[in-house]
Write a new protein. Structure first.
Length: 228
């Protein structure tokens, strides 16, 4: 075996070993295809292309009732411990809202006031929504109620994937205003572009998360339909 072929196989094994649970089959398929490539250099190129699998995190697919129950239990457990997180989120958003409000009143130019007003209008809904979430009692089913946890899990997936859910509408609204406001306020500075890039990244991650939740919801529906 040549050094190049060995490097290709080593890269493929590394990708398979470190791929996320839901991407391991994808990584293994790419590794198998590399074995049928006759040219060592083409095999190396193919293996390097497979590294992109590492940048796609996917949870392990749900294919049975046992796996669905385990996923539902994990989701329910995260909901039981999210009170501290939601408190930190609404306090952070409140600080942002107050900070930009003060900047609005001390700003001297209409352009700066426009940017600060957009920031306030962007962070204010996030503050109110996160505060409501922190005060809401999450009716998490008991650990000894698998059927209840599965229904709770499915309802949660339906809520976060719906385009008409309040959470989606609020985040879409705020994540549109905030980067525009930051761009207006800091347009004179070269690093202002970093703010916009950051929010574009947040939007991209949110979209990717929604797609992942849609796939998981399809898997849940398939398991439940097979059981009937």
């Amino acid at each position: 075996m040549s050094f190049v072929r060995g490097a290709a196989e080593g890269i493929s094994r590394f990708v398979v070993r470190h791929a996320s649970p839901g991407s391991k089959e994808w990584a293994a398929g790419l590794a198998r295809e590399a074995d049928f490539i006759e040219s060592d250099w083409k095999a190396l190129t193919w293996s390097l292309g497979g590294v992109r699998v590492l940048f796609h995190y996917r949870e392990a697919p749900v294919r049975s009732m046992a796996e669905l129950t385990k996923a539902a239990e994990k989701y329910a457990e995260t909901q039981r411990h999210r009170f501290g997180t939601t408190n930190a989120i609404w306090i952070t958003n409140l600080i942002q809202t107050l900070t930009w409000s003060i900047e609005f009143f001390v700003a001297r130019s209409w352009q700066a006031r426009l940017g600060y007003s957009l920031l306030v209008l962007g962070y204010l809904p996030l503050t109110v929504y996160s505060l409501m979430q922190s005060r809401r009692e999450f009716d998490v089913p008991d650990r000894f109620d698998p059927a209840g946890m599965i229904r709770y899990y499915k309802a949660g997936l339906e809520r976060v994937t719906s385009l008409f859910a309040p959470s989606f509408l609020i985040y879409a609204y705020s994540y549109t205003l905030i980067p525009v406001g930051l761009g207006i306020v800091f347009w004179r500075y070269h690093w202002s572009l970093l703010f916009d890039l950051f929010w574009v990244g947040v939007a991209a991650l949110s979209f990717q998360k929604r797609q992942s939740n849609l796939r998981r919801l399809e898997q849940v529906d398939a398991v439940l339909s097979d059981r009937r």
